[in-house]
Design a protein around this ligand. Structure first.
Ligand code: G3H
Ligand code: 13P
Ligand code: ZN
Length: 284
């Protein structure tokens, strides 16, 4: 199936009260794992490439691999830029056929974030693509900050209302207690803040750093108003554990396919489990 936009799949998700999984990809096995899992689960799916992915694989490879994978399945596939940091890069992704880009202006003051995001939205919309913006700061689990410092970085609901009205983004990433990478303890999500943001905007809401968030919190986040959920770390962990298992159990193995094949299958299982949890299974 040809690529679809983020706007389309998230509008369906909002209507159906479920969330669509957005999985980070860096190589062929990850692309195949995500797309095959989506086809088997009959789920819409978002494949996203980060700064690191574009640097590692190159935009040409990422685009060609995801296009090839999407052409083999009948479920809706979105190709999305994750945490875009410059106007030029978001434009390059659109030129290569991405149907959605995130512009992450969260490091800028509000007015500057709005102005930069708005500029990306104007061009992306003119090209028929979608845009995700970010408000508040979603850090890394390695950031050594206190609870008070962390709360100060959370998304302000009134600012969220202003941000979506002035930028016209198609999705908004919020900071409500999740972080990128493996958690040291159990993450505590600010559902009251999420409910407040959700009551003020119609725009679909995105949860980053969802690896390691307990299932009950994911369900509650969806009920409270999240429609896109980002998963990367749990795929990396499944991949690496499977590779370690093969090389430990069969140290003589020298065929990369016999090492990467099980890694792909392990990622597929994680993705399918997440799709069932997010409620997007059976929705395509
Ligand atoms: O947003 C964070 C994602 O896990 C991507 O991380 O830049 O190392 O690919 P990365
Ligand atoms: P995790 O690696 O914590 O799952 O976060 C993924 C993410 O938010 C990508 O933007
Ligand atoms: Zn993220």
């Amino acid at each position: 199936m040809p690529f679809v936009t983020l706007r389309e799949v998230l509008a369906e998700a909002k209507r159906g009260h479920y969330a669509v999984g957005a999985f980070n990809t860096n190589n062929m096995e990850i692309v195949q794992a995500i797309v095959e899992a989506a086809e088997e689960e009959r789920s819409p799916v978002i494949l996203q490439a980060s700064q690191g992915a574009l640097k590692y694989a190159g935009i040409e490879y990422i685009t060609a691999m995801v296009k090839a994978a999407a052409s083999t399945v009948s479920v809706p596939v979105v190709l999305h830029l994750d945490h875009g940091t410059s106007f030029e890069q978001t434009m390059l992704c659109l030129k290569h056929g991405f149907t959605s880009v995130m512009f992450d202006g969260s490091k800028y003051p509000l007015e500057e974030n709005i102005a930069l995001t708005r500029k990306v939205v104007e061009v992306a919309h003119a090209m028929g693509a979608s845009v995700e913006g970010e408000l508040g700061k979603i850090g890394g689990t390695e950031d050594d900050i206190s609870v008070d410092e962390r709360d100060a970085l959370f998304t302000d609901p009134a600012e969220a209302e202003q941000f979506v009205a002035e930028t016209q983004v198609d999705a908004l990433a919020v900071a409500i207690g999740t972080a990128h990478g493996p958690y040291k303890g159990e993450p505590v999500l600010d559902f009251e803040r999420l409910a407040d943001i959700n009551s003020r905007i119609e725009t679909p809401i995105v949860l980053h750093g969802a690896s390691g968030v307990p299932d009950a919190s994911i369900r509650k986040a969806i009920e409270t108003g999240v429609q896109k959920i980002n998963i990367d770390t749990e795929l990396r962990q499944a991949f690496t554990r499977a590779v370690q298992k093969v090389v430990t159990e069969r140290p003589q193995e020298y065929d990369p396919r016999k090492i990467l094949g099980p890694a792909k299958e392990a990622m597929k299982e994680v993705i399918k489990t997440k799709m069932r949890l997010f409620g997007c299974s059976g929705k395509a």
